[in-house]
Design a protein around this ligand. Structure first.
Ligand SMILES: O=C1C[C@@](O)(C(=O)O)C[C@@H](O)[C@@H]1O
Length: 251
């Protein structure tokens, strides 16, 4: 697996990196969240811009990005607009989704961007090329909020993301049974064996183990709650770090 370097952080090496989301609705809320999570010292900060009330206003998004950058100049920043179909907070057409991504890439104020696999392949390929030109790493993602697809489906999606040129393929599923959790872990392990630097998680209470055990099964990063959770099952940074350290020391 080829590690991925963003600022001083090397993803795919050692303990899985902790990503903490900010979910503010307004500029003021976002700044409060940044001040709060700065103290938690996350490896990466994710701006979940689908929660931002002015997300359709490109100037406001650009301004917000520069404010965030100013507050956390040394922390790698991941930009995510999660579509409504995959659990996001705000409806947006596909054309607007990719336009927003282009505007954000052009600011060059981020190190990583999330794009969803199940959108439009032509537009996706175009935007991935654009990200590459700007030197921004791409996380291609897929989220299932109601169930866990079959192992073959999940592996196919991760491989498809890799074949499209994703720096990091990512899947999130909702387990209904312990077997679903095992499916996700099995998929993660196989992806790791094949050399893919993936991020995977099972959400909700049943999925907790998957958020803790990336170093064993092969997920290179994991999300923890900041001021707010951005998905069910995220725990605090301090609890997550404690378990990760125990696993790291004894494996
Ligand atoms: O894709 C993901 C993973 C996630 O859904 C989780 O389950 O932790 C949280 C989201 O904020 C992020 O964009």
């Amino acid at each position: 697996m080829k590690p991925i370097k963003v600022k001083h952080i090397t993803i795919g090496e050692g303990i899985p990196k902790i990503i903490v989301p900010i979910m503010g609705y307004s500029e003021c809320e976002l700044l409060e969240e940044i001040a709060y999570i700065k103290e938690l010292n996350p490896d990466i900060i994710e701006w979940r811009a689908d929660a931002f009330k002015r997300v359709a206003d490109y100037a406001a998004v650009g301004h917000m990005l520069s404010l965030i950058r100013e507050k956390v100049p040394n922390t790698p920043l991941l930009f995510t607009f999660r579509t409504e179909q995959e659990g996001g907070n705000c409806p947006m057409s596909l054309v607007d989704y990719f336009n927003l991504i282009k505007v954000v890439l052009d600011t060059k104020r981020i190190e990583l961007i999330d794009m969803e696999l199940l959108t439009d392949e032509t537009m996706l390929r175009e935007m991935m090329n654009h990200a590459k030109q700007k030197g921004i790493k791409v996380i291609l993602s897929n989220h299932e909020f109601t169930h866990t697809p079959a192992k073959e489906t999940l592996l196919f999606r991760l491989q498809k993301m890799a074949s499209l040129g994703a720096d990091i393929p990512k899947v999130a599923v909702m387990p209904q049974t312990v077997k679903d959790l095992l499916t996700l872990l099995d998929v993660t392990q196989e992806a790791k064996e094949s050399g893919l630097p993936v991020i995977t998680m099972a959400m909700g209470k049943l999925g907790l183990l998957s958020r803790l055990s990336g170093e064993i099964f092969g997920s290179v990063a994991t999300f923890a709650a900041g001021k707010h959770q951005s998905a069910p099952g995220q725990i605090s940074v301090s609890q997550l770090r404690e378990v990760q350290d125990i696993i790291h020391q004894h494996s």
